[in-house]
Design a protein around this ligand. Structure first.
Ligand code: GLN
Length: 205
């Protein structure tokens, strides 16, 4: 049984738990999902999700609670991390916002709340590279960050001319919220189909 963790100091945690269970079932893997609210749990996790919410709050709590260095070690060990919206902001290399103490887990610069007041929330059909089929992904954007500079990360999707989904080694990040739709294909991509990440092999032959 794979051990998954959802960083749960703040944000849309329950939705990620459900999406992980759905993606695991679709890939024939058993998974046990834990909510991470304290240090000491991340080292037992095979893969992690970091949810949307409010990035300055998530950043502060992760550092205060000693969870931040554990997440950095997790990624340094090549284990998968999927970061969505505020999670992507916290994981980025640079946000240009001094209230966010970036974890620098992927080589991207983000711009918070970049899609403008008129379009605070919207849904867009996105073409995402690497999905098993050609169906567009129903991407929900909520006061979403844009990726201003994707650095060395691979761009998986763009919207309005800007990157909104990236992969950098074991880390996948999206500006939008795949956990808020019943479509768990990007969770599957991030955790079970990322060849640049290390996940224990399936026990069944
Ligand atoms: N605007 C939020 C932030 O900057 C992110 C929004 C979200 O996660 N839906 O933290």
């Amino acid at each position: 049984t794979l051990q998954a963790g959802v960083v749960a100091v703040q944000g849309d945690v329950a939705e990620h738990v459900t999406a992980i269970e759905r993606a695991a079932a679709a890939h024939g893997r058993d998974v046990e999902v834990r909510e991470i609210r304290e240090s000491g749990l991340v080292p037992d996790c095979d893969f992690l999700a970091m949810p949307g919410g409010e990035s300055t709050t998530i950043s502060r709590l992760l550092h205060d609670d000693g969870i931040a260095p554990e997440i950095q070690n997790h990624v340094a060990a090549g284990k998968p991390l999927f970061a969505t919206c505020a999670g992507l902001i916290v994981a980025a290399a640079d946000t240009g916002d001094e209230r966010v103490d970036e974890l620098e887990l992927l080589d991207v610069t983000v711009e918070r709340n970049a899609f403008g007041r008129q379009k605070d929330s919207f849904e867009a059909p996105l073409d995402v590279a690497g999905l098993a089929d050609d169906e567009p992904f129903p991407a929900v954007f909520i006061r979403a960050p844009a990726i201003a500079d994707a650095g060395s990360a691979e761009v998986l999707a763009t919207w309005d001319g800007r990157p909104v989904a990236v992969r950098d080694g074991p880390v996948v990040g999206t500006s939008f919220h795949p956990e808020l739709t019943p479509d768990s294909r990007i969770h599957g991509l991030a955790f079970f189909e990322n060849e640049e990440a290390a996940l224990p092999a399936s026990e069944s032959a």
